[in-house]
Design a protein around this ligand. Structure first.
Ligand SMILES: [Fe+2]
Length: 258
């Protein structure tokens, strides 16, 4: 599967990211089914899949390496295989971002769908809010200010997303582990897709279904995330200085009503 729409000469084939010599990335990390069991609606579900998703971190043209380092950013690719675990669609386990520079909020992140169709779940438990955002190939979606997130594959095709994120901030899986996933599980029922509240979240959480707004944070929708970063790295300052972009990073400014 060619992924040239990413702006990079890369393909995904037989579980591997194929590239030319001009491209560099870290060794693949795989999230195994046995690791994600604790984050599922049904912990007794089984799967033929050994690996649920693959993470290729820090993918870049060697010539662009310094630009990413200078801006403290990283470009990653995640491949989520299609599957049903019990009734639940294949997904990432979900995480929060470790608090930003010891302040009490989480940094945002930006995604682009390279292949397939993604459903992003964002949750801000302090505000008792969650969002479901569906995105097609080529669409960009920004994780709002102070949200944890999960990426879900609702289809029977491989989902491939890229993201840019601050290279010095770690993902924190503890909250999602303790709560067995996000505040909502996305399930396949005979009648269609069903959203089930996770009973381990005791608070009432307001779930909103939204669409990604085109050109949020003035990022042109026609260029790939990678090309945009290389051409205009200054436009990605919201990822490393989110406190200056709090308003632009609100769900109201990032998403539109369906
Ligand atoms: Fe993240």
């Amino acid at each position: 599967m060619k992924l040239h729409n990413s702006g990079l000469p890369i393909s995904f084939l037989n579980g591997k990211l194929i590239s030319t010599k001009e491209i560099d990335f870290q060794p693949v990390q795989a999230r195994k089914f046995k690791e994600i069991k604790g984050y599922l609606q049904n912990k007794n579900s089984s799967s033929k899949l050994r690996n649920v998703y693959l993470m290729f971190r820090d993918v870049h043209f060697k010539k662009d390496g310094q630009k990413f380092r200078k801006n403290n950013l990283r470009y990653d690719i995640t491949v989520i295989f299609p599957a049903l675990f019990g009734k639940e669609f294949s997904k990432t386990i979900g995480h929060n971002h470790k608090p930003f520079r010891l302040k009490s909020f989480q940094a945002p992140e930006i995604y682009e769908v390279l292949s397939g169709e993604a459903l992003f779940l964002f949750q801000n438990i302090k505000k008792k809010e969650a969002y479901l955002i569906k995105a097609q190939k080529g669409e960009k979606v920004i994780v709002p200010f102070d949200c944890g997130h999960v990426t879900i594959n609702l289809t029977n095709k491989i989902l491939i997303v890229s993201n840019i994120f601050a290279s010095n901030i770690k993902s924190d899986y503890n909250f999602f582990k303790k709560h067995r996933g996000a505040a909502f599980y996305i399930l396949k029922e005979k009648t269609g897709i069903f959203i089930e509240k996770n009973p381990l979240y005791k608070e009432k959480i307001n779930l909103k279904i939204r669409n990604p707004k085109k050109e949020a944070l003035e990022l042109p929708s026609k260029k790939s995330l990678y090309e945009l970063f290389v051409k205009t790295p200054e436009k990605f300052a919201f990822l490393t200085q989110p406190e200056k972009f709090k308003k632009q990073l609100s769900p109201k400014n990032l998403f539109s009503a369906s």
